[in-house]
Design a protein around this ligand. Structure first.
Ligand code: GAL
Length: 345
């Protein structure tokens, strides 16, 4: 072989050796990364939907807190579809999550996802909404009955007699039942005494603003009664009802839940009377700390138990806050839920 050819062969061999070395390095780097990732707690967050304002906040706060605490997290949202949610939970289990935090798409159907996770040794935390009829490890939420009590009180503070409407949430969400129970515990004595006449009392599919609007439109066009006060389970439902009320909006006291930005603006302009603010970051932090503590085998303390039809589930319950025009600054702005600029501009 001519010297030039030898030289080319040598360079070629040298390059092969380098690339083999590089790929070994890449491999061991990869392994090291995998190892550290493997040592980290892996949390799966199966979230019902990202369609409504508040759930983006939940997602962001949970992801931030778990990461801050040194865990890895993957969030999957099911767009309100319980079958999609079960598939997503299977995927998370296959990926090796240690703990599952789940906002169930359907309070009953989610028992299947819960069982699948538990069979794989994954502990399950129901987030915000309870999962019914199955052994469940933990539940973290707000006191939903209290939410309903506040919703009724907001309206009663303006008017405590006449024709009332109750616009409920989704029948497949346990929270819709709890907030209704809470509201009724306040309204029922007045209904019994004849001071209040409950002329409308319906759940609303998917907590949908549009369905609420449709329902109230139908009610108003097929009835001659006037409505004097409206207790609703959620700000989106209040928005739908106000659209149906048209010019009467602003003349009928109406409540909601979630302190959505549009609701706060309506409270300022006087079309909505009040809402219930639930500090989402506190809820997200509790769930994240709980998930990390469970995975690291720490002792867990809770402040309540809630029966889910199968057992008393160890629960952490947080307090909801009443919001009306008078306390927007102290509740919504001081807590950082929205800035002054967002609220007033
Ligand atoms: C409920 C929840 C409310 C509201 C509603 C609609 O379960 O407690 O805060 O977000 O769903 O999404």
């Amino acid at each position: 072989m001519k010297p030039l050819k030898w030289f080319t062969v040598l360079i070629f061999l040298f390059l092969i050796a380098c690339s083999a070395n590089d790929s070994n390095n890449d491999k061991s780097m990869e392994e090291m990364k995998l190892q550290t990732d493997e040592e980290k707690v892996y949390v799966g967050f199966a979230i019902d939907t990202l369609k409504e304002d508040r759930w983006y906040r939940d997602k962001e706060f949970v992801e931030k807190k778990v990461t801050e605490l040194g865990g890895n997290i993957k969030t999957l949202a099911a767009n309100g579809n319980q079958d999609v949610q079960i598939e997503q939970v299977k995927l998370l289990i296959n990926e090796g999550i240690d703990v599952l935090i789940i906002v169930p798409s359907n309070s009953e159907a989610a028992s299947k996802a819960t069982k699948l996770a538990q069979e794989s040794g994954v502990k399950v935390i129901a987030y915000d909404k309870l999962i019914l009829g199955t052994p469940l490890d933990y539940y973290v939420s707000f006191d939903n009955e209290k939410v309903g009590e506040i919703q009724a009180q907001i309206v009663l503070d303006q008017i405590d007699e006449g024709n009332f409407a109750y616009i409920g949430g989704s029948e497949t969400d346990n929270n819709a039942h709890l907030v209704r129970d809470g509201a009724m515990s306040i309204l029922q004595p007045l209904i019994d005494s004849g001071k209040i006449n409950l002329v409308y009392d319906e759940f609303t599919k998917d907590w949908s603003k549009d369905i609420a609007e449709e329902n109230i439109n139908k009610f108003l066009s097929s009835n001659t009664v006037t409505i004097d006060g409206i207790v609703t389970a959620y700000d989106g439902l209040a928005e739908g009802a106000l659209a149906a009320l048209g010019e009467q909006a602003g003349h009928i006291p109406i409540s909601g839940q979630d302190a959505e930005l549009n609701a706060i603006k309506r409270i300022i302009d006087g079309t909505q009377t009040g809402t219930v603010y639930k500090p989402i970051e506190a809820l997200a932090n509790q769930a994240s700390i709980l998930a990390m503590d469970i995975a690291s085998g720490k002792d867990i303390s809770t402040n309540a138990t809630v029966n889910n039809g199968n057992m008393d589930v160890p629960t952490i319950l947080l307090e909801p806050v009443q919001v009306t025009k008078e306390n927007i600054n102290e509740t919504i702005i001081e807590s950082g839920h929205y800035t002054e600029e967002e609220v007033y501009n």
